[in-house]
Design a protein around this ligand. Structure first.
Ligand SMILES: CC(C)(COP(=O)(O)OP(=O)(O)OC[C@H]1O[C@@H](n2cnc3c(N)ncnc32)[C@H](O)[C@@H]1OP(=O)(O)O)[C@@H](O)C(=O)NCCC(=O)NCCS
Length: 140
C-alpha cells in the first residue's frame, strides 16, 4: 500500500464517495449532496492508495468546543488495516479542544470503543427519516 492522506475536497470523485458509502451499507445521497456535506464540514479526511480513493471521514464543528463525526467508511478490502483509526485520529487532531460525538452504525460501536469513545447515556436524535432509523436500530 502507498497511502496518501488529503485534508481538503480538491478533485474528489463524489460518485465514488456515494458508491463507497452504498457499498458498506451506509446512508447515501446523490453525489452532489455528499459534495455539499463534505465541503461544508469543518474537517475532511480522504485516504488514497496511490490514486485510488479507499476511505474517508468528516466532522462538522464550531471549531471551538463541539464536533460531530460522520461518514467514516473504508472500502471492504482495506478494512482492518488501521485506516479507520487513521481517519478518526486525524479528525481528533484537527479538533483537539472539542468534544466529539457520533452515532455508530449498529454493530460498529466496538470500533469507536477501541478509539476511546464512550457510549452516551443521554443521546437524543431527531432524524428526518425517523421510522427508517428506528427500523435500522439507531433509536428506541
Ligand atoms: C468501521 C470501520 C470504519 C473501521 O475501519 P477499519 O479501518 O476497518 O478499522 P481499523 O483497522 O482502523 O481498526 C481499529 C481498531 O478497531 C477494531 N475494529 C474495527 N472494526 C471493528 C468492528 N466492526 N468491531 C470491533 N472492532 C473493530 C480493530 O480490530 C482495531 O483494533 P486494534 O487496534 O486493537 O487492532 C470500517 O470497517 C468500515 O468502513 N466499515 C463500514 C462502514 C461503517 O460501518 N462505518 C462506521 C459508521 S459509524
Amino acid at each position: 500500500m502507498n497511502l496518501k492522506i488529503q485534508f481538503d475536497c480538491a478533485n474528489i470523485n463524489w460518485d465514488l464517495v456515494s458508491g463507497t458509502l452504498k457499498m458498506v451499507g451506509m446512508a447515501t445521497y446523490a453525489a452532489e449532496i455528499h459534495k455539499k456535506a463534505f465541503e461544508n464540514s469543518h474537517t475532511v479526511v480522504f485516504i488514497f492508495d496511490d490514486d485510488r480513493l479507499i476511505g474517508f471521514g468528516r466532522a462538522i464543528s464550531d471549531g471551538a468546543y463541539q464536533g460531530a463525526i460522520y461518514d467514516v467508511a473504508i472500502l471492504p478490502e482495506y478494512q482492518g488495516q488501521g485506516i479507520g483509526r487513521m481517519i478518526v485520529d486525524s479528525i481528533k487532531k484537527s479538533l483537539q479542544n472539542c468534544n466529539l460525538i457520533l452515532y455508530a452504525a449498529p454493530g460498529k460501536e466496538q470500533f469507536y470503543e477501541k478509539l476511546n469513545f464512550k457510549r452516551m447515556k443521554t443521546g437524543m436524535a431527531l432524524f428526518c427519516n425517523a421510522a427508517d432509523m428506528q427500523k435500522r436500530g439507531f433509536t428506541e
